[in-house]
Design a protein around this ligand. Structure first.
Ligand SMILES: [Zn+2]
Length: 232
């Protein structure tokens, strides 16, 4: 899959399946968003080599420090000699190679979390050092900026491409075509506020860490539904 914005930014979906990874090209700046799980390393590297050719990878943006998004962060940093960017509240996890298991938002995921414990062996990954930390917003390239969109985790963030396409990590899920609500979130009301922030960017497409694109219409519908339940 590929998206092209008015100002010529390109968003390629590099890997999909259990976790998505996207490569954004803005002029000569290349930005990889998330790296998937360790087991998709070979596929990730092959695709990245293909897409980049002689170009270098300018940045690796991590939407949050969960093992299924940062499983290959250390490898990518080494292989492409790139800079890692993460929101400051996620820094400690990345440094330790640990994921904090977030709270379940439904009956089943609630029980899963209770069984797994908050820090589980299964969610470890190769630790790595970040190079830049984001607070609230950070302009990354002529047409792209990062925005703090907490809720799924404290330090979750999104990349806004040309005010048209948002790469949102797990602030939303794209697994069901009637819902964007993720099965795990630490702070649901905060996540709903982040949806409002994301709607304000004007983007028409919201690309999640899992599943496929969410439309602005679906997000707006879900925001209107859940803000009543969690924010009023
Ligand atoms: Zn996550």
């Amino acid at each position: 899959m590929k998206w092209i914005t008015t100002n010529g930014c390109m968003v390629h979906q590099i890997i999909k399946g259990r976790s998505n990874s996207y490569l954004v090209m803005d002029n000569n700046i290349s930005i990889l968003v998330d790296t998937g799980m360790e087991k998709s390393r070979k596929e990730l590297i092959e695709k990245l080599d293909d897409f980049l050719g002689e170009k270098r990878l300018s940045y690796l943006v991590l939407t949050h420090a969960h093992y299924d998004h940062v499983g290959n962060a250390a490898t990518v940093k080494k292989r492409y000699d790139t800079k890692i960017i993460i929101q400051k509240k996620e820094l400690e996890y990345l440094r330790e190679g640990a994921s904090q298991v977030p709270s379940g938002t439904n009956f089943i995921t609630h029980i899963l979390v209770a069984l797994a414990g908050r820090i589980s062996k299964f969610s470890e990954y190769e630790k790595v050092q970040a190079d830049f930390l984001v607070d609230d917003e950070y302009i990354l390239s002529p047409n792209c900026y990062l925005m703090h969109t907490p809720g799924h985790t404290d330090g979750s963030m999104s990349l806004i491409v040309d005010g048209e396409v948002a790469l949102v990590g797990d602030a939303m899920f794209g697994v069901f075509n009637w819902s964007v609500f993720p099965p795990f979130a630490d702070d649901v009301p905060t996540m709903i506020k982040s949806w409002r922030k994301l709607l304000k960017t004007g983007c028409h497409s919201f690309l999640p860490g899992h599943g496929t694109k969410n439309s602005r219409e679906l997000l707006k519908k879900q925001y209107d539904k859940y803000k009543k339940r969690y924010m009023d």
